[in-house]
Design a protein around this ligand. Structure first.
Ligand code: GLU
Length: 284
């Protein structure tokens, strides 16, 4: 069981088409099923018209999926339960820092962990140690990476990847998780509004996903997802990271590249097969 999990914050472009085709092919080869999941947790950016366009463009490409489609905006209760569980472990804390606070803390020439982090995007830990019952409505919920790793009691976090980008058996490096990833945000604003890392892990488990097919831009998230699976005692899938479709200058496509949206090619008169071929050409 695999899935294609777009965020409806723009039109699907060639990169999404490639990701979807890769996932559907992987499922077909394994006599499995590819699910569609709408990752619409970002209420400020997700739009119903983009969600409609996802269904329409994928169907136009010749893809089909079982109903009902899981929509993350309807999954607050499940994320809330996961957060409660992490809360009971003492592995999360509420954070009221703004981006500006974090920048200032990272730039300040202070002692200890903060100065080690200067220049990197790792959260400096200002709110670490705040209790969950102190959470205010505007707070983010962060994973306490140090405590989370502590629950593993020295047991290695391992996972397996197939696919072209990073195949093999992998073991997470706890030092890199502390120093390069740190206390990631798991929920925003109020409990139940999950951020990417938490919602993906909870939903992959709920949907019985055995193979996660996705772009190499998400490669660095795998140890975080693996850690959350360990803390929440969820099954561990196999990962398959694929290459990204790039433009002529070698830059990966972004949502703002509307000229390369599936819809734009379709309106230009290209056939589904031509668009399928186009993303394979651009991948080389
Ligand atoms: N929703 C994510 C995206 O649009 C993909 C999540 C995943 O495949 O893990 O990039």
């Amino acid at each position: 069981m695999t899935r294609f999990a777009p965020s409806p914050t723009g039109l699907l472009h060639l990169g999404h088409a490639y990701s979807a085709l890769t996932a559907w092919e992987a499922a077909a080869e394994a006599n499995g099923v590819c699910l569609l999941r709408i990752e619409d947790t970002d209420a400020a950016r997700a739009r119903p018209e983009y969600e409609d366009a996802v269904y329409e463009d994928l169907a136009w490409l010749g893809l089909s999926w079982p109903d009902p489609v899981m929509r993350q905006s309807e999954r607050r209760a499940a994320y809330g339960h996961a957060l409660e569980r992490l809360g009971r472990l003492g592995a999360i804390y509420p954070c009221r820092c703004t981006r500006a606070d974090i920048r200032a803390a990272l730039a300040a020439p202070q002692e200890g962990a903060m100065s080690d982090n200067a220049g990197s995007a790792v959260y400096p830990g200002t709110c670490r140690g705040r209790a969950m019952h102190e959470a205010g409505p505007g707070d983010a919920i962060r994973l306490d990476m140090e405590r989370a790793l502590g629950f593993l009691e020295g047991e290695a976090l391992t996972w397996h990847e197939t696919g072209p980008v990073h195949p093999g058996h992998h073991v997470a490096d706890p030092a890199a998780m502390r120093n390069e990833i740190g206390d990631v945000v798991l929920a925003r604003k109020d409990i139940g509004t999950a951020a990417y890392h938490l919602s993906v892990v909870v939903d992959d488990a709920a949907q019985g996903i055995t193979h996660v097919v996705r772009g190499r831009d998400l490669l660095g998230s795998t140890p975080i997802h693996r850690l959350l699976q360990a803390l929440l005692e969820l099954p561990v899938p196999v990962w398959f990271h694929h290459e990204l479709v790039r433009d002529e200058a070698g830059k990966r496509l972004a949502k703002r590249d509307d000229a390369r949206s599936i819809r734009a090619y379709r309106e230009e008169g290209l056939s589904p097969d031509e668009v399928r071929n186009l993303c394979r050409i651009r991948i080389k």
